[in-house]
Design a protein around this ligand. Structure first.
Ligand SMILES: NCCC[C@H](NC(=O)CCC(=O)O)C(=O)O
Ligand SMILES: NC(=O)OP(=O)(O)O
Length: 319
């Protein structure tokens, strides 16, 4: 593995899941692989889980990690080719990224979308410039359109809840949920991309009209606009808000009640409920679900370490 930017970089997903679950029971089984190596974790946006789990994963492999909160503590980056930098940006990515390539062996980057310029966001303009100019392997810590470490975690979590002799595919439902802010489509896009690539689920997506995701990621899933219908017999319900892809970055008013509660879960197959976190309680997900027996959300967040460790190991084997 050279970079880890999407499901396309994962190789065999089952193998990666297997490696991650091995680390879950044997965290220090390869604790000298990263000796003398250093990962830089650069954040242009907030994070709790991604930052901490990736640091722990690196440490478990004997690797040093340094976090750089670039948007708060660094010079403002310029990404435009040929820019006359007489405004607020102080350092061009072409100058900054090669330095990071000198300091680190692997670079992790979190960069959210603008939610204003769809073309630029969906071209992953910022992430790809880091890749182009840093010259070392790059791990996405959530980019403009995808969140691959989260999605690998989600597949690991689902896999570990399947019966050992599982013959039938579980029904995995991704449901849109309400929110007060316009959020990226990354987590939902990425979950769709990974579940499709994994191929071991009957995959359904439910969202209100106007919230259909980019078909580039969802193609292969069944899309149902009626949440009650979509919930029937689901084994896993993945809850997430996203802003509109079609009316890019906008919140479209929705009449129906899309907030999941225990009553809505009754028609499922006693479904496990998942969410990437952070979650707005009683806006995006109800207290009764978050505090109830169907939620596997804390376990899911715990699995972030093993996903990151499996990915860093694969990259370290190539540097
Ligand atoms: N990294 C996981 C999710 C990050 C981001 N959520 C947020 O920005 C929530 C912010 C808030 O609730 O104010 C998202 O949806 O892509
Ligand atoms: N799920 C997730 O990526 O969490 P953070 O934004 O806290 O890293």
């Amino acid at each position: 593995m050279k970079n880890f930017l999407s499901a396309n970089d994962a190789g065999n997903i089952d193998d990666l899941v297997h490696t991650a679950l091995h680390f879950k029971t044997n965290p220090f089984s390869n604790s000298s692989l990263g000796k003398g190596k250093r990962i830089g974790l650069l954040f242009l946006n907030p994070s709790m889980r991604t930052r901490l789990s990736t640091q722990i994963a690196a440490q478990n492999l004997g690797m040093e990690s340094i976090v750089f909160n670039a948007s708060q503590e660094g010079w403002a980056f310029e990404f435009e080719e040929g820019a006359v930098m007489n405004g607020t940006t102080a350092e061009h990515i072409k100058d900054a990224a090669p330095i990071l390539g000198k300091y680190f062996d692997i670079l992790g980057i979190r960069t959210f979308p603008t939610l204003k310029d769809r073309e630029s966001d969906y071209a992953e303009k910022v992430l790809h410039q880091f890749v182009k100019y840093c010259g070392i392997p790059v791990i996405s810590l959530e980019s403009a359109t995808l969140h691959p470490l989260q999605s690998l975690t989600d597949i690991i979590t689902i896999s570990s809840h399947l019966p050992v002799e599982n013959k039938t595919k579980p029904k995995v439902l991704l449901t849109w949920a309400p929110h007060v802010k316009a959020l990226p489509q990354c987590v939902a896009n990425s979950f769709a991309q990974w579940v499709n690539a994994w191929g071991h689920a009957n995959f359904v997506i439910t969202n209100p009209a106007g919230y259909d995701l980019d078909e580039k990621f969802t193609s292969g899933a069944e899309i149902i606009h009626n949440q009650d219908e979509a919930l029937k017999d689901a084994d896993f319900v993945y809850v997430k808000n996203w802003s509109s892809y079609q009316d890019y970055g906008k919140i479209i008013n929705v009449d129906d009640n899309w907030l999941l509660d225990n009553k809505k879960l009754e028609t499922t197959n006693d479904a496990k409920v998942m969410h990437c976190l952070p979650v707005r309680r009683n806006v995006e997900l109800s207290d009764e679900i978050l505090d109830g027996g169907n939620s596997i959300i804390t376990e899911e967040a715990g699995n972030r370490v093993w996903a990151a460790q499996a990915v860093i190991q694969e990259i370290l084997r190539n540097v």
